[in-house]
Design a protein around this ligand. Structure first.
Ligand SMILES: *[C@@H]1O[C@H](CO)[C@@H](O)[C@H](O)[C@H]1NC(C)=O
Ligand SMILES: *[C@@H]1O[C@H](CO)[C@@H](O)[C@H](O)[C@H]1NC(C)=O
Ligand SMILES: *[C@@H]1O[C@H](CO)[C@@H](O)[C@H](O)[C@H]1NC(C)=O
Ligand SMILES: *[C@@H]1O[C@H](CO)[C@@H](O)[C@H](O)[C@H]1NC(C)=O
Length: 657
């Protein structure tokens, strides 16, 4: 009850000042885009097409500029003092442009040209920022050694798939020897069978209860993809006013602050870590050897697919979109940075090293890996209920306070919200994203809540807890979806029209919003695992979700290259219409899932199979050559790997995503 009241109060108290413009005032501002036709430009020989970002300036006070600056101060508006001009130099800027120009001259002629276009109409001048990208028709992309190397790797993988599948079909199944045995791991028909196998068939009935988690993961990955797919509608549009109006609506704010949804993955993965390991530890003694073992297993599990995507990003993906007005911004800068920074990704430290626009979305893989190591250490360290309570509470509080301090001292925003301007830049160089959103230590609360949930549910089941006892709370439980929506849309307060909120409000949001959302997710998971009601379970255990959940790692890896290619292919300003956005996003989602399916079949599953192959010793191996101790050790090891592999099939080991 308190929350809605507080909510309404804050919204009402924030209406002091009005930054709204009526239509005629809005139309007085220079349009955000000037866009010359791209294809037509190249009808002439030696044509040059330039994209530059320019800032409005004025030597004397200018009423319209002041109005524009005031209007742009609001987070929910585009920065209307920063214009994006796309010139066909020979047409629009013919009087300043000289075919034989150097780069410095190009900057000069672009600025002179934009001065002229803007001055004629608005009596304002302009200054070119650092962003200027000019190109002739075809982007120069010579094929280098790296391209050839990655190309060869891809061809080898596809050949392995073909040969493996053919052998699997036509050769005698009994004779699996040597190389063939390895090739079989690439067999599409085998992998297909694994892909469609029913979920949750574990050694322990308790694993069956985890089925609903597939649904949670599937819904989360789909919403992540759809949110990212929206970026392309922020990039080059004729009607920015409409985008800005989205933000007036509390309903849309929910989507715009969708970045919180990633907390779900942190909760799920740490919950599974603790819950699965507790069950395993009934049959298997814990030892510190498991720390390096599990970290290496996890690294091997994630890295092959990831490395292939990095390899393709620095080579062939940039050729999917053959040049366009925003090609450099959408694709090229990422490719350039990734050629430097790939090792940060392979070591999973990219979320702590800023100033790179290489694969920003993979902050999650790094943060989750770091939190996984943290989780394993805590798990192995705290063996009694008391130490668990103390240590988890301690880190929970740390996890709340640290983001607050970051937000205060580094003057950040309290939440990461994809405002129009942020979406345009695809988060690169966004300070809140770099300093708070993508770090591991600022995402601790989600991890702690997941771990605590694992302990609580395990202990409750062990003590013979009775699901029926919870039935009287089911109405509260059904409200949890609503509560999640409320936590998401509460970001509205920070961005409401009016004066900026004071720093302490931002601090509170930075500290409390993530744990609040994580708690809601934990509640939903608890209900699904305890199985005391039918509605949420029926939805989340829907069978197709299992398949989507199995695709989640592949889909997460490939969805951004896909969307970047879409953005790079934009040739015209587009008019955003809601129904188009919905339909096109659905199409994008579907195509990404299909592409992810192929990636999963051809690359991800074979790599997991190989991992199993290498680590799993055949059980019928003669053991008499080993000493007793060795035998015991290797059996232990087999068990651990068996356990983690079984889970790997369900996609719940080292939660893939
Ligand atoms: C918009 O606002 C301006 C200044 O406040 C006013 O002069 C103008 O008449 C308004 N236009 C409309 C269409 O309301
Ligand atoms: C708009 O962009 C310009 C140039 O990057 C920047 O100087 C200015 O502070 C921005 N305005 C707002 C309100 O963010
Ligand atoms: C173009 O460049 C050439 C050589 O640099 C120069 O002679 C000529 O005057 C320039 N033309 C214009 C329009 O600036
Ligand atoms: C454009 O206008 C700005 C601001 O007055 C000025 O600094 C700049 O030199 C002008 N650029 C050109 C090429 O005239």
């Amino acid at each position: 009850m308190l929350v809605p009241v507080l909510f309404i109060f804050l919204v009402q108290s924030a209406t002091a000042q009005n930054y709204r413009l009526n239509d005629s005032e809005y139309a007085r501002m220079p349009p955000l885009y000037h866009w010359d036709g791209y294809e037509e430009c190249f009808d002439e020989p030696d044509a040059m097409y330039c994209y530059g970002e320019i800032v409005l300036v004025s030597d004397e006070p200018n009423e319209m500029l002041t109005m524009t600056q005031e209007f742009s101060k609001n987070f929910r508006h585009y920065n209307h003092t920063l214009l994006r001009h796309f010139y066909c130099m020979k047409k629009t800027c013919s009087e300043f442009y000289n075919v034989s120009e150097s780069e410095v001259d190009l900057r000069w002629s672009f600025e002179a040209c934009s001065n002229k276009t803007i001055y004629n109409k608005y009596k304002l001048k302009t200054k070119l920022t650092d962003v200027l990208d000019c190109s002739k028709r075809d982007r120069d992309q010579p094929i280098d050694n790296l391209d050839i190397f990655v190309g060869v790797v891809c061809i080898l993988i596809i050949m392995a798939n073909l040969v493996g599948s053919l052998c699997d079909c036509y050769l005698d199944k009994g004779k699996e020897r040597g190389v063939l045995k390895i090739l079989y791991h690439f067999s599409i028909s085998r992998n297909w069978k694994k892909f469609v196998a029913p979920a949750g068939e574990g050694r322990d009935p308790r694993f069956n209860a985890l089925k609903g988690i597939h649904g949670i993961r599937a819904i989360t990955i789909c919403s992540v993809i759809v949110t990212h797919a929206c970026f392309r509608f922020g990039v080059a549009i004729v009607n920015p006013k409409m985008m800005e109006e989205f933000f007036e609506n509390i309903f849309y704010t929910m989507f715009m602050s969708g970045s919180l949804v990633m907390q779900t993955f942190f909760v799920v993965s740490s919950f599974l870590l603790v819950y699965n390991w507790l069950i395993d530890s009934e049959t298997l003694p814990l030892s510190w050897r498991m720390l390096p073992q599990q970290v290496i297993l996890r690294w091997l599990r994630l890295t092959p697919s990831y490395a292939l995507i990095i390899g393709l990003t620095v080579t062939w993906f940039s050729r999917l979109a053959p040049g366009g007005p925003i090609w450099a911004k959408a694709i090229y800068y990422e490719k350039r940075d990734c050629r430097h920074d790939w090792w940060k990704h392979i070591l999973y430290v990219n979320n702590y090293l800023d100033r790179s626009s290489c694969m920003l979305q993979t902050w999650y893989l790094a943060a989750d890996t770091q939190l996984y190591i943290f989780g394993v250490i805590i798990f192995l360290l705290c063996r009694t209920n008391l130490t668990r309570k103390v240590v988890l509470s301690f880190f929970f509080v740390v996890g709340i306070i640290v983001p607050m301090l970051h937000t205060y001292y580094e003057e950040l925003e309290g939440v990461l919200i994809s405002t129009p301007e942020v979406a345009l830049n695809l988060f690169s160089g966004h300070r809140t994203f770099d300093k708070v959103y993508s770090r591991a230590h600022t995402n601790l609360p989600g991890c702690i809540i997941g771990m605590a949930l694992g302990y609580i549910i395990y202990n409750w089941q062990k003590a013979g807890g009775d699901p029926k006892r919870f039935q009287k709370y089911r109405y509260f439980y059904w409200c949890s979806f609503l509560a999640g929506c409320m936590v998401l849309s509460s970001s509205y307060i920070l961005f409401y029209e009016g004066p900026p909120q004071p720093a302490y409000v931002h601090m509170l949001y930075a500290g409390l919003q993530k744990p609040a959302f994580a708690l809601v997710i934990a509640t939903i998971i608890a209900g699904v695992v305890i199985q005391f009601e039918g509605i949420y379970r029926a939805v989340l255990e829907w069978r197709p979700f299992v398949f989507i959940a199995r695709l989640s790692y592949s889909a997460y890896l490939i969805h951004i290259p896909f969307i970047r290619t879409q953005i790079a292919s934009i040739r015209n300003l587009q008019r955003v219409v809601i129904i188009d956005v919905i339909l096109q996003n659905m199409t994008t989602l579907l195509s990404i899932l299909i592409a992810a399916f192929f990636f999963c079949m051809l690359v991800e599953m074979p790599s997991v199979n190989l991992l199993k192959h290498v680590f799993k010793k055949p059980h019928h191996e003669p053991q008499d050559v080993k000493t007793d101790k060795e035998t015991k050790n290797s059996e232990d090891k087999n068990k651990i790997e068996d356990a983690s592999q079984t889970k790997a099939d369900d996609g719940t080991i080292v939660i893939k995503m």
